[in-house]
Design a protein around this ligand. Sequence first.
Ligand SMILES: [Zn+2]
Length: 375
Amino acid sequence: MTSKILRAAALPLAVAGVCWVSGGRFRSMHTEDAIYPSAGLTARKSLSDYGPGLRGTPGDTDVYIFQGETTGAVLLILGGTHPNEPAGFITAALLVENTRAARGKVVVIPQANHSGFTHNDPFEGNPQRFSISTLEGERWFRYGSRLTNPVHQWPDSALYVNPSGQKLAGAEARNLNRSYPGRRKGGGLTERVAQAVMELIRVEAVDMAVDLHEAAPEYPVVNAIVFHQKSAELAAMTLMALELADLTFRLEESPPNLRGLSHREWGDHAGVFAFLFETANVSHGRLKGRPSAALITEGQDPNYVKAARIGRLFVDFDEEGIPLRQRVSRHVAALRALLDSWKELYPEKPLDVHGWPDAAAIASTGVGPFLHPPK
Ligand SMILES: [Zn+2]
């Protein structure tokens, strides 16, 4: 009798055990990543301060403001539009932890698609987290998904017609970088996030906005600066400054018929100088081998070495790989070059930013020494 009861209970108990373990894993993705702002922070806001419809939703996210002593130009930096592109998020977090503005204002949103950080893509097998060694201990960060969590925006329709009228696959309704300029009402969570970013650009009187991304090495727009046509002069000067520093980037003008993207709609609807930077990340490439936290941070993969040898990549790639420190370094170098170009072209609207780590130092020593130790 007892053995019968035990046998009957075994399966439900095993199922409950699996649910308990996997439920814990799912829940752990809702633990926020710690970011420790620099002493230069003058205000910490929420995206819902600009789009009240986001308040209390998983789309709300932190906005860090660094206001200089005197007014000047305003720079907006977005990381985490795609939470599976960690160099964008980590660069933004690094800047939050180091920025001091002397003249003008810097606004940073490290996790633009906050919901996308609460899950990662099924079937990709990516780890949920990766770590960076600081001078005193490890900091852990989530590796999320390109898209808003379906738990927060569901279901996907077969077809998504974005606010600019472009027809896309249904799941793209959860892609923040297809949802601009957003919708205040009637749209999904992702469109409300996009609308709040547009409103922030208006309220904070942003002059220049940069969306930090990564792309697979086999994707043609990689190691690139994508620019709205209004920003062509700034983009060209930035490219020249980077080339003088021996950093190769390609310039890509934002195609006018590709709608819903930050570099297109920020420029068209808000009139800002809009940019998107791309570095090369093997961990979301299609040719990657076994996913791991090391693949994210070290960026080494023998499949990509082979692909480079037969000319299938748009970046140089060898056994050294493309580590996170190099990708963050490139983002910081491009941002610094953009600021220098701004100074040359628009001296009447100053933007003096201090405290940013030197890009070459990030590439050689890693990001960790420039992040606060864990508290
Ligand atoms: Zn991206």
